[in-house]
Design a protein around this ligand. Structure first.
Ligand code: SPV
Ligand code: MG
Length: 536
């Protein structure tokens, strides 16, 4: 049901109803959770919470903004205390239109003069509005409604200003005839005498609302008996909050510690609950799922025996190519793409990698194990999307960009430039769904098979060589983990190469995409590679 209709039913229904004051989104939410059917947007409380006086010191648009926050976070209707309507009939027209647009269900205006003063301050000196002028303001408000159920409550301040019952009734009659949804009759006495006298004379001509702040000790049953339509508890959330804040501030100031206060205040998680953080967390899961950060794993446990003396004191990943260790070049490329979460699996001469300043996983059995086992040791990094890279390759930076930008779940980089390989070259040769056409309109290429490289297995008909670089999405990482767990059951698991993992994914029906390159990388396996790499 529309909030306007809810408020109208509440005011015009036969039962005595209750509206509770709120002055902010948070307090409005608390009112709704307590079970109240409606909210009183109190002028006193809203201005006090802003630290200004209830004398129209806050502009009407500032009030509008506050009440919009209140409306946004609640489902029950708000009756705004609109003071005098912030001006004449014209200001009232604009106010009503704006309140309708912002989801406020009704406004109460009082028959005083702008700028008003709170009814409990110097009441006798407060001039009342001209009856005809105020009646015109009510009509202007009614004519400006965007929603016919928007309520306009006319508040009579005759008792507050020291006038008697006759004046109050005269005004009630005029405002009722002007079309007000209901009347609010206010009193500053500590007994409800003048309110009940008014009710006896007025009867049930239209709904009457009261604000028993001063005559608070009157039993609620009496209000019911006198035919009151609704009671407004006008300022009690603000007043209770002030008391709690004063006590807490004083205690913390005194103690210079939080130790005694923690159990007297709500936990921070209660604030998060009132802010509905749960909804945001759920929405983040829905809309930000693909935003998980890329992690990287570099496999650098092996020595590189073929490099002889060069790797006596360091693993081959730490050999310098053009003045910088190979692995450092890869790290720099990852960092340049904001991939900060990098784990290096190290083994041989592991202490020499320490200056790299990244995370390490140690494979101390590097001599008897293969790369797959190294990856297995770092599998915690495969919780989300990841880049996996051999520690002994150098490559041009665009290759990493193309790999990361590819939408596939598991993507490998394949060099199609293999024509010059020697017959005894050892590499992970592959067959793909099509050859590298080296053209922009080459569609998606899939990996069909990966040859488990043996010396002399090189064959001209192959489509390329996997360079030891791949990336996964979150789903791709799960698929790799699953394949890895299956292989881990095999007796020769510790000796396996990474290519065997890709083979296992393919065997299980998984899809592996290919990013083709044409050279622009090299690995360093022997003296000759190392010499050539210095010109890379
Ligand atoms: C308010 O809550 O701002 C009111 C009621 O107008 S009273 O303060 O009693 O005037
Ligand atoms: Mg007020």
């Amino acid at each position: 049901m529309k909030k306007t209709t809810q408020l109208k039913n509440l005011i015009c229904g036969r039962e005595l109803e209750f509206l509770m004051e709120a002055h902010s989104g948070l307090s409005a939410r608390i009112v709704e959770e307590a079970g109240f059917p409606g909210i009183w947007g109190s002028g006193l409380s809203i201005s006090a919470a802003m630290g200004v006086r209830d004398n129209n010191e806050a502009s009407w648009t500032q009030v509008l903004e506050t009440v919009e926050f209140m409306a946004d976070c609640t489902t029950i209707p708000i009756l705004l205390d609109g003071d005098t309507g912030y001006g004449n009939f014209n200001n009232m027209r604009r106010l009503v239109r704006k309140l309708c647009q912002r989801g406020v269900a009704g406004v109460c205006i009082e028959d005083k003069v702008f700028p008003k003063t709170n009814s409990f301050l110097r009441g006798e000196q407060q001039p009342l509005a001209d009856i005809d002028e105020f009646s015109g303001k009510i009509k202007a408000g009614l004519d400006s409604r965007i929603d016919d159920d928007f309520c306009i409550v006319a508040r009579i301040e005759a008792f507050i200003a020291g006038w008697g019952l006759k004046e109050a009734l005269k005004r009630a009659d005029a405002y009722h005839r002007a079309g007000a949804t209901a009347l609010l009759i206010h009193s500053k006495r500590n007994r409800p005498d003048e309110i009940f006298a008014f009710m006896k004379e007025w009867g049930d001509r239209c709904p009457v609302i009261i604000v028993p702040t001063k005559y608070y000790s009157t039993p609620t049953e009496e209000f019911r008996r006198h035919g009151i339509a609704a009671v407004i508890w006008a300022n009690h959330l603000l007043r209770s909050a002030v008391k709690a804040m004063q006590e807490t501030a004083a205690e913390i100031f005194e103690q210079q510690s939080l130790i005694d206060i923690e159990d007297k205040v709500v936990p921070v998680k209660e604030i998060f609950r009132l802010q509905n953080d749960e909804e945001l967390a759920e929405a983040e899961g829905r809309y930000l799922a693909s935003k998980r950060e890329l992690a990287a794993i570099i496999l650098a446990a092996g020595r590189g025996k073929e490099l002889g003396d060069l790797t006596l004191d360091r693993p081959k990943a730490m050999l310098q190519v053009n003045g910088t260790p190979i692995i450092k070049q890869t790290l720099d490329q990852l960092h340049a793409r904001s991939i900060k979460d990098v784990t290096v699996v190290r083994g041989y001469k592991k202490e020499t990698l320490a200056p790299l300043g990244c995370s390490f996983v140690d494979n101390d059995r590097y001599d008897e194990t293969g790369e797959l086992y190294s990856l297995y040791l770092a599998r915690a990094q495969l919780e989300g999307p990841a880049v996996i890279c051999y520690g002994d390759i150098v490559f041009r930076s665009y290759i990493l960009d193309e790999l990361i930008g590819h939408p596939g779940d598991i993507v490998v980089v394949v060099d199609s430039h293999i024509g010059e390989r020697r017959a005894d070259y050892v590499g992970d040769f592959v067959r793909c769904s099509e050859k590298n056409r080296k053209s922009y309109d080459q569609g998606r290429v899939r990996l069909r098979a990966i040859e488990l490289a043996e010396k002399g297995s090189f064959d001209e008909a192959l489509d390329g060589e996997w360079i030891g670089l791949l990336k996964t999405t979150e789903a791709g990482s799960s698929a790799l983990l699953e394949a890895m767990e299956e292989l881990a059951q095999r007796p020769n698991f510790k000796k396996m190469k990474l290519a065997e993992l890709l083979d296992q994914v393919l065997a299980g029906g998984g899809v592996v995409d290919v990013v083709y390159i044409d050279g622009h990388w090299m690995d360093v396996d022997n003296y000759e590679d190392f010499a050539r790499s210095q010109g890379f």
